[in-house]
Design a protein around this ligand. Sequence first.
Ligand code: FMN
Length: 144
Amino acid sequence: MKNILIVYHSQTGNTEAMAEAIAASVREAGAAVTLKKAVEAGVDDLLGCDAVVIGTPNYFGYMAGMVKDFFDRVWFTVRDKMGNKPYAVFGSYGGGGLPAIESVEKICQGLGMKKICECLGVQRQPTEENLKACKEMGRLIAAV
Ligand SMILES: Cc1cc2nc3c(=O)[nH]c(=O)nc-3n(C[C@H](O)[C@H](O)[C@H](O)COP(=O)(O)O)c2cc1C
């Protein structure tokens, strides 16, 4: 069974709602999910999964500090081991759009990972339609 890692940060629940919708969809597709807040995730999670989905709110036009901290902690150990690992990125923003999501994507690309689907950014709280898009992301990542 495929194991999909979902790593995210969220303070007010918007990114978390997206993470939970993605996780539910991965499970519906028959894969296992490890759903972790970035502060709790580490090297073993990243090396042990078949694909990773990373979620961040936009904080000051960049990824949340906890997501950056996750990358900072794992970097030296994983940087030569992530080539071609499938990834997807999602998140929520206030009014500033996608730069936080793009900052995560830049790191995934720097690690040589394989993009599975378009990044998904939503403004503040996800709508039903946004959650459907999250489910589609989950379906695509579970199919790797
Ligand atoms: C410290 C902080 C900085 C933020 N900076 C931005 C920003 O630069 N641009 C933006 O669009 N939203 C910004 N926001 C708004 C959040 O991205 C937005 O409320 C998001 O939905 C929060 O996600 P969450 O509910 O998962 O915590 C900021 C929020 C916080 C707490």
